[in-house]
Design a protein around this ligand. Structure first.
Ligand SMILES: [Zn+2]
Ligand SMILES: [Zn+2]
Length: 308
């Protein structure tokens, strides 16, 4: 009898809630420095396709780049309603207004839900943060609504935004010598990555990586309950790091378990090669991708022919 009771208790005990996971994920680069189809620029943008939903992460630097590259790559952006802006530097926000206006004709809701992290609207940064009040007013007049996040947030099952990333390491991967009005030397407190919690591990998508890639990876893994890092995508702002800092960064990424890197933008070519070496990855699993480069869950990276 006692055994039966125990059995009944065991069967009726509530199951631990399973965190939602992303099951299908594809990231396609739409703006970066290198191009073998479309045009390259100092900027970044990527289209995220996750479980039937599309999200634009950053919008490139020049007004027309993402629009032109999407057209050339035969990618339709008119059904994208969510935009995530990694931070307020012009090389990530410059294409937004033109994109919104161009796509609104086909879908009034296109690019209208805009996710940013707290600090995004702070002024300063030696003019590299474009005229912020005007940027906001122009986009709101064009139909966009800004949502400011101060904590990690799950915007779809298994799809997270980091919010502002805690600075735990000594990384200084932000522009040197620029200051916010009345602020410290780190002029990008709002730097925000996207995080995808999958059965195979965590995928992190970074715009410029000003918060420090190791800080970003720590935040991403903690969001996903400590899972290993499956893939790291985007800009890391490591182009100016010396070999010692790059090797430290690579060792940290290796310890986090990284299996794929599709890097671009301000990561730097030499830094990418050095990070590949330090992580023990290969040319098939880690590369500096061109426009149109993809990472796909279950398939890995296609960095485009020019990446080798
Ligand atoms: Zn930046
Ligand atoms: Zn950048």
């Amino acid at each position: 009898m006692r055994f039966l009771l125990a059995l009944i208790l065991l069967v009726s005990a509530p199951l631990p809630a399973l965190a939602a996971q992303a099951a299908r994920l594809k990231v396609t680069v739409l703006s970066t420095m290198m191009a073998d189809q479309g045009v390259g620029e100092w900027g970044y943008a990527a289209l995220v396709e996750v479980d039937g939903r599309k999200i634009l992460y950053d919008t490139g630097a020049r007004p027309e780049t993402v629009l032109a590259n999407a057209r050339e790559l035969k990618i339709d952006l008119s059904d994208v309603e969510d935009v995530v802006l990694s931070h307020h530097h012009g090389d990530h926000t410059g294409g937004f207004l033109v994109l919104r206006k161009a796509l609104a004709a086909r879908n009034p809701k296109a690019l209208t839900r805009v996710h940013v992290a707290e600090g995004f609207f702070l002024a300063g940064g030696q003019g590299y943060r474009p005229a912020i009040p005007r940027f906001r007013a122009d986009l709101e007049a064009a139909g966009a609504t800004f949502i400011v996040h101060k904590d990690p947030v799950e915007i779809a099952p298994g799809v997270w935004l980091t919010g502002p990333v805690p600075r735990e390491t000594g990384e200084k991967n932000y522009p040197q010598g620029w200051r916010l009005a009345g602020g410290g030397e780190d002029d990008v407190p709002e730097d925000m990555a996207m995080v995808f919690d999958t059965a195979d591990g965590v995928v992190a998508l970074s715009g410029c990586g000003h918060a420090g890639v190791v800080n970003i990876v720590r935040r991403a893994r903690s969001i996903a309950g400590g899972k290993p890092l499956l893939a790291l995508i985007g800009g890391l702002h490591t182009f100016a790091l010396n070999d010692e800092r790059l090797d430290w960064t690579g060792a940290e990424l290796r310890a986090a378990g990284v299996r794929y890197m599709l890097l671009g933008h301000c990561t730097g070519i030499e830094a990418t090669l050095r990070l590949r070496q330090a992580t023990g990855l290969t040319r098939r699993t880690a590369a500096y991708g061109a426009t149109g480069a993809t990472y796909e869950l279950g398939k890995g990276i296609d960095a485009r022919p020019i990446a080798g």
